[in-house]
Design a protein around this ligand. Structure first.
Ligand SMILES: *[C@@H]1O[C@H](CO)[C@@H](O)[C@H](O)[C@H]1NC(C)=O
Ligand SMILES: *[C@@H]1O[C@H](CO)[C@@H](O)[C@H](O)[C@H]1NC(C)=O
Ligand SMILES: *[C@@H]1O[C@H](CO)[C@@H](O)[C@H](O)[C@H]1NC(C)=O
Ligand SMILES: *[C@@H]1O[C@H](CO)[C@@H](O)[C@H](O)[C@H]1NC(C)=O
Ligand SMILES: *[C@@H]1O[C@H](CO)[C@@H](O)[C@H](O)[C@H]1NC(C)=O
Ligand SMILES: *[C@@H]1O[C@H](CO)[C@@H](O)[C@H](O)[C@H]1NC(C)=O
Ligand SMILES: *[C@@H]1O[C@H](CO)[C@@H](O)[C@H](O)[C@H]1NC(C)=O
Ligand SMILES: *[C@@H]1O[C@H](CO)[C@@H](O)[C@H](O)[C@H]1NC(C)=O
Length: 315
């Protein structure tokens, strides 16, 4: 599993109508029309009905780029089945991306999504989906971008997600998810972005997260996390650029290891009781442009070198 995407929108395939008289020559011009794998069409029908999606038109092939299947970058909403049609000598399409955004879908995330085995990107943000996240999705090991943010999902993150080791970005912001973050997610060593804000997650951030050395963005605000802000963030997430921890139940002090994160450009840590003394950890963070450390009961004076952080915009 190289982690490289093969998911490009299909090249346009022309259907040349061949009249009998030209039949001998026509295949010189003809290309076969590629069709979606019938097993995937069957799964898509179930997915549509369970999500409450009546917009997909099953009279046309899902990978046909018919507008009902391929409306992208639209202010009114997005509906996309993006396919790779290069299989079987360009005759079979597999769905590799599903995008359904701003469509007011009120159903569930169907376990049958797992039957679309070529999926590497699912984006269902800005809907009203409820119910839990199906564990079956843990079998979609090509997955790189999974976005379920801004829905009404409940339950826990399935531990089976630990198998999605090609994952680059996981976005679950603004749902009603709860429980501990499964330690298995520490296996997602390609993960660069994790959005879990505004849920009901509790417990500590698993220590296995020290393996997530490619992490660039970690937004975990507005949850019920307890324990200390983990030291490993500063010791192992050396690529980290953007950290948000507001409105959690973490205890202080803010670990000094944060000072190792010289790539940080946005650091927002609020509402930590006994946040620590002085702001000594800030000294190395020359790339900071956004810094919010309010309501942390930080004691001591603002150090003079704050003036040296010349890119800083907000304090
Ligand atoms: C999905 O896959 C499972 C296991 O391979 C199979 O039993 C089931 O029939 C499939 N469902 C659909 C709708 O294709
Ligand atoms: C679905 O597609 C068929 C074939 O193009 C078309 O005749 C039909 O009107 C479409 N249905 C809807 C609801 O748009
Ligand atoms: C499939 O289509 C692509 C792009 O149109 C073409 O470059 C390639 O040669 C085709 N492959 C086969 C096996 O026909
Ligand atoms: C979200 O789900 C909860 C139950 O879990 C329900 O009470 C609430 O009405 C739902 N909200 C929306 C906007 O569907
Ligand atoms: C994933 O992580 C868990 C807990 O951290 C571990 O027990 C398990 O062996 C790992 N699984 C794989 C496939 O690496
Ligand atoms: C999380 O904290 C909020 C506010 O303190 C509380 O209402 C809610 O019950 C807590 N949820 C869990 C799952 O602990
Ligand atoms: C990170 O910072 C801590 C405390 O300032 C220090 O002890 C540790 O050696 C540093 N780790 C790395 C990897 O630089
Ligand atoms: C600061 O940011 C710039 C560009 O944004 C980058 O080239 C540079 O490597 C960063 N510096 C550090 C110390 O990470």
């Amino acid at each position: 599993m190289g982690g490289r995407s093969f998911c490009h929108p299909r090249s346009t395939v022309f259907l040349v109508l061949c009249y009998a008289i030209f039949l001998h020559h026509c295949c010189f011009f003809c290309e076969a029309v590629a069709l979606t794998d019938p097993k995937e069409v069957k799964a898509l029908r179930i997915i549509a009905s369970k999500m409450g999606n009546t917009k997909w038109n099953f009279s046309v092939d899902p990978c046909s780029r018919d507008p009902s299947w391929y409306t992208l970058d639209d202010r009114e909403g997005e509906l996309g089945a993006i396919c790779n049609c290069a299989f079987n000598k360009n005759t079979t399409c597999h769905v590799c991306e599903i995008k359904i955004l701003y469509e007011e879908m009120t159903g569930i995330i169907p376990p049958e999504m797992a039957n679309l085995t070529y999926l590497e990107n699912i984006d269902l943000r800005y809907n009203l989906l409820h119910g839990s996240i199906p564990a079956s999705l843990g079998s979609l090991t090509r997955m790189q971008y999974l976005s379920f943010g801004i829905n009404n999902l409940s339950g826990e993150i399935p531990k089976e997600f630990g198998k999605l080791t090609n994952m680059i970005s996981l976005s679950l912001d603004q749902n009603d998810l709860s429980g501990m973050i499964p330690p298995e997610l520490g296996n997602l060593t390609n993960l660069e972005k994790l959005y879990i804000r505004s849920n009901q997650f509790s417990g500590e951030i698993p220590t296995t997260f020290s393996n997530l050395k490619k992490m660039r963005l970690f937004w975990a605000s507005s949850n019920n996390f307890t324990g200390k802000i983990p030291d490993f963030i500063g010791n192992y997430w050396s690529q980290l650029e953007n950290l948000k921890l507001e409105g959690t139940s973490f205890e202080g002090p803010i670990p000094l290891s944060i000072s190792n994160l010289t790539n940080l450009n946005s650091l927002i840590i609020r509402d930590i009781p006994r946040g620590g003394t002085l702001l000594s950890f800030l000294q190395n963070l020359k790339n900071l442009t956004i810094l919010v450390l309010s309501n942390n009961m930080i004691s001591g004076e603002i150090p003079e070198y704050i003036g040296e952080l010349n890119q800083l915009q907000m304090l």
